[in-house]
Write a protein that binds this ligand. Sequence first.
Ligand SMILES: NC(=O)c1ccc[n+]([C@@H]2O[C@H](COP(=O)([O-])OP(=O)(O)OC[C@H]3O[C@@H](n4cnc5c(N)ncnc54)[C@H](O)[C@@H]3O)[C@@H](O)[C@H]2O)c1
Length: 313
Amino acid sequence: MSVKNEKIGIFGSGLIGGSWAMIFASVGYQVQIYDIVPEQISGALKRIENELKQLEKENILRGTLTAQQQFKCITGTTDIKELVKGAAYIQECVPENIELKRKIYAQLDAILEDQTILASSTSTFLPSVLSAEMKRKSQVIIAHPVNPPYYVPLIEVVPAPWTKPEIALKTKQLLLDVGQKPVLFTREIEGFAVNRVQYAILNEVWRLVASGVLNVRDIDSVMSDGLGMRYAFLGPLETAHLNAEGWANYCDRYHQSIYDVSQTFGEIPKMEGPVVAEIAKQLEEMCPINKLPARREWRDNCLTQLSQLKKKI
Ligand SMILES: NC(=O)c1ccc[n+]([C@@H]2O[C@H](COP(=O)([O-])OP(=O)(O)OC[C@H]3O[C@@H](n4cnc5c(N)ncnc54)[C@H](O)[C@@H]3O)[C@@H](O)[C@H]2O)c1
């Protein structure tokens, strides 16, 4: 693998911006990171360099270029025009604040070039909401990663009603080329898919704890020691397909019980009041707040090993 000439802009050099920079540099794109805070850029570059070296030492660096070669692909700038100039793709990674994002999209709208795809990392805002006021709205799309994107490959690619189809297809292809797993939506929808599924799970987990059926440790175990084990390899539909003589047979056998149990789910919880404090108490017994950074590191390490296992089998 050799370095490429195409330029990728990363707008915002925080947690997600830094990860995107490493992903694009791993296959040799010329990556430029932009931030309004100069120290933020130098800090991000330092963090990226250390992380790449560490990954190389542990033999888990992505791509075939060395850590040094990958790091050389990444530069920083505080000049928005420099970032935009000649960029094939810009990944926006500023904090989740609609006013801020809209202000930035207005700035970019005035200087964006014809070929540039503008993709947002937003977890919550619909692409039509972000780009409604733009002249160049047909070049905007969502590319929503799952944290930490260096190890969790899924990207939700969500077009606005006015996003040009070729922008959506090019985004998907680019993300495939850098080794992510993009899923391309046919239309925008609140929560995209990850959060819609995640919220359905959170709602039921809340109800089971709130009604005293299971405690926090045990309901989390239902996922991490049960369902999650297979979901790391198979989705719920293929799981069902394998759990009977095919999907049609699964529906035949279980549709009535799924419907009956689903009838007992109850109200959508508001996630406020004393249950919040009760869940917090039990979670903090499992992992005190001051141990969260160490636990995140442990999680990332587990995900690294899982992603290697998945590649191997
Ligand atoms: N953190 C996650 O778990 C996660 C997961 C998926 C998606 N996202 C999304 O990614 C985006 C970024 O999140 P993050 O966690 O990396 O945030 P972060 O706070 O770590 O980083 C944001 C960066 O944007 C910079 N910034 C702020 N205002 C700016 C401006 N006007 N111009 C340029 N840069 C500016 C900040 O200096 C900072 O470096 C958000 O939209 C978030 O919803 C986050």
